[in-house]
Design a protein. Structure first.
Length: 244
């Protein structure tokens, strides 16, 4: 294992990362995981800026899976460690572990990502850009990604949303975290205050742009809520969330 591949830093749970429970929010958790990944990639010399400027390509996050033990509270200091765990040629998986001051695991996450050509939006082999080839740390998140239900009907429809300018990211598409916030809006505040998340998995299945109308669907199957976001009939986002 190459310890150079592990990026670790202390993170503060500031007011920007909490929700009304005064703990790190569900969407904000994914934001911190994704943010720590970008800093890890910057350390390894393979972040989006380098790829755009030198290789005419960019990173795309396709899936994220998170396991919650405890959400840290406002002003709590934690350690966030992020590291790639494989190189599958056209995609990679990156693990993140959030631990408290005593070293206890709070949250673990796995992200799947690939690189696309900036012009054609076609997959790029990781061997053609700077990215680790071997010596990966052992994964801490070994649960496989799931296949979600897709047969949502009008009875599962919850609400519509028009994408606005402040939800757009550097790729000129709806920001990944905004999808999660839209999905979480199917729950009212009191429900989220009364229920702690235990598992979260999201799939980014398409791109959406400013001005497009998104339709949000949801269904409870067993103990898990399945949520889909569509632009017309085209799926752009899927999510599964389970609460304690």
């Amino acid at each position: 294992m190459d310890e150079v591949l592990v990026f670790s830093q202390q993170r503060n749970i500031s007011s920007a990362f909490i929700d009304s429970s005064v703990k790190m929010g569900i969407a904000q958790t994914v934001l911190m995981v994704q943010d720590n990944l970008t800093e890890c990639f910057a350390k390894l010399g393979c972040d989006g800026i380098v790829y755009r400027e030198k290789y005419n390509s960019f990173w795309v996050f396709t899936k994220t899976k998170v396991s919650f033990t405890r959400r840290p509270g406002w002003r709590e200091k934690i350690i966030a460690a992020t590291f790639p765990v494989d190189n599958a040629g056209l995609k990679t998986h990156v693990n993140t572990v959030l631990t408290d001051a005593d070293g206890k695991t709070l949250i673990t996450a796995n992200q799947e990502a690939c690189v696309l050509d900036l012009i054609r939006h076609r997959p790029v082999k990781l061997s053609t850009v700077p990215y680790p080839q071997d010596g990966f740390p052992e994964p801490v998140f070994t649960q496989p990604f799931e296949k979600f239900i897709s047969d949502f009907t009008d009875s599962d429809f919850k609400y519509e949303h028009i994408i606005r300018s402040q939800q757009i990211d550097m790729s000129h598409h709806l920001n990944n975290i905004e999808y999660i916030k839209l999905a979480l809006n199917i729950f009212d505040e009191q429900f989220l205050l009364d229920h702690e998340p235990s598992e979260l998995e999201v799939h980014y299945t398409g791109e959406s742009k400013e001005g497009q109308v998104l339709r949000v669907y949801s269904r409870l199957e067993g103990e898990s809520y399945y949520i889909a976001i569509k632009e017309k009939e085209r799926s752009v986002f899927e999510m599964k969330i389970k609460f304690n």
